[in-house]
Design a protein around this ligand. Sequence first.
Ligand code: 9MG
Length: 355
Amino acid sequence: MADAPFYLRPLGFLYGDAAKGALSDGLALPLAGGPIAFTAAELIPGRAGNGERRLVPAKDLAGSRDADIAAVLARLAGLRPPFAGLALDRPLLMGIVNVTPDSFSDGGLYDKTEGAVMHAAALAKAGADIVDIGGESTRPGSDAVQEADERARVIPVLEGLSGFRAAISIDTRKASIARAAAKAGAKIFNDVSALTYDPASLAAVAETGLAVVLMHAKGEPKTMQDDPRYDDVVLEVFDYLAARIAAAESAGIDRARTAADPGIGFGKTLAHNLALLASLSLFHGLGVPLLLGASRKRFIGGVSGGETPQSRDPGSYAAAIAGAAQGVQMFRVHDVAGTRQALAVWHEGVRGGTV
Ligand code: 9MG
């Protein structure tokens, strides 16, 4: 797939009544169908070009007769259908359940089936819309796990969650695990390799009807943090995700079943992670819902200290707010209750309106 000829990064966000007013006056466009509106966009020349970046008002974009601009705007502004049966009209929280002995945040605490099931139930009670069950750590430096070990960790947990009210997501890179998880009730295949690790994964998604999260990663977990380099991390991650969405479509996976994730911390330096965080709105141009996984990651410590994963919770809330402010629809988090509270207070603070 060819790289994009240009990119649009929505800016100048409005919320609540201000968004409604600007939309009805033709001064703004809806971000991924709303409720957030954007009043301008940075027009970024394609990676092959050498033009200047410039700011264009939303009303000029809407009035443009350029077919390429119209196509990008349709993806940026179009309403997203529900993802895995979940409406996207408010930020959704995906609670993390690591069933790994070496989990970076749980320290093996939830490595037993019963503990994992109880943890998932607690996350759902705290407001998780989705629980993400994973049996292979993909944190920097980690080794791949054998299929049989991963299966023995995660499938009993899924079986223990039968009838669960939150949607279940399987965090795996293996087609056979995703298929077994689908049989055990999973609705989402969360693949940090964007269906590239296992050649059988595209067919597994097409045939099971699972929704899929395609995440960008550069390199393998074991070595991905050994000096990752990009010419332009934001545009390269965008083009990679666009190509993976196209590959999924070619394999018979409808866009409505696909979400994209820039993969914070996966083959990225602090500067790369921050550039992605500041440009999340550009990724709506992929035309699919976005998921952000920044919770407790090391870059937070790089910004403002925080040696232990748990001590990075305040930075995790701030990262979720940075994403929500740019219209990101889903957040993969450890602390569901804390993130929910932070997003609710942020939302009240920006929505405006009268009482
Ligand atoms: C499994 N996993 C760990 N970090 C992640 C992230 O940022 N996004 C997604 N989708 N999965 C992740």
